[in-house]
Design a protein around this ligand. Structure first.
Ligand code: 1GP
Length: 249
């Protein structure tokens, strides 16, 4: 996954990840969502969330593997959310916060399990950005997100993450965010680091996806928006494809 992301970055290709929150996946319509994802060329599934009440991640991963060849990447909220049957895990260090549990504590607990698993580990600098209202992740993580209008704070945080060896940066306004991460902030982080940048949270229209891609996001993540409006999946997939076609012309 890391290689795919790095190669994409070098070729200036963009990728589209669909977030599957185990609490929200509708099993009746899930086969359709998987088929649509294959048909429209979704690059990754992110599986997880900060609070999971229904332990369905393994069923979701099994279905992904059965019906698609799209990688299932864990997006865990804590060390209980590790499913060895996934393809990879974003090993998130919440570098925008000052909660030691989410910077290193959970990682210590998870390390022996991760070492034993076949999961590809993607060391990720996870940055929460203030989004207009309290999101589940800001509450559960007990951290203060980076202010929406402080791109330089995000840039310095990403720089520090890169210097510490983190290989991917994830700018997240949180699921269902009122305001997505601003293009100014994405551009500032893009200028500051050489790692791939994942951007998510509140991207619920092609217009917002386009703005994130143009500002320098390498991967855009959409969850809530597709749950609300399934047509968004083909629309954003098409946008990402058009973006990539333009680059290769
Ligand atoms: C949240 O980045 C993801 O962690 C996606 O957010 O559900 O708002 O698309 P949405």
């Amino acid at each position: 996954i890391r290689t795919i992301l790095q190669d994409n970055l070098q070729e200036r290709r963009k990728a589209f990840a669909v977030l599957l929150d185990p609490d929200k996946v509708e099993f009746s319509s899930f086969p359709f969502l998987l088929a649509e994802s294959v048909r429209h060329g979704v690059d990754f599934f992110f599986v997880g969330g900060s609070l999971i009440t229904r332990y369905a991640a393994d069923d979701i991963i099994k279905a992904i593997h059965e019906h698609t060849s799209i990688p299932a990447i864990l997006f865990p909220g804590n060390s209980l959310h590790i499913e060895p049957s996934a393809d990879a895990i974003l090993l998130l260090s919440l570098i925008s916060g000052r909660n030691p549990e989410l910077l290193i504590g959970q990682h210590v607990v998870a390390a022996p399990l991760l070492k034993r698993s076949q999961l590809e580990i993607v060391p990720t600098g996870y940055m929460l950005v203030e989004s207009g209202r309290a999101t589940t992740v800001s509450y559960i993580s007990n951290t203060t997100p980076i202010p929406h209008d402080k791109p330089s704070v995000a840039a310095c945080t990403a720089m520090a993450g890169e210097l510490l060896g983190l290989q991917v940066m994830y700018l997240d306004a949180g699921s269902g965010a009122q305001k997505p991460v601003s293009p100014e902030m994405i551009a500032a982080v893009r200028k500051a680091v050489d790692t791939p940048i994942i951007v998510g949270g509140g991207i619920n229209s092609p217009f917002k996806a386009q703005a994130a891609l143009e500002a320098g996001a390498d991967v855009i993540v959409v969850g809530n928006g597709i749950e609300q409006n399934p047509d968004l999946l083909p629309e954003i997939a098409q946008l990402v494809r058009a973006f990539n076609d333009k680059v290769t012309v």
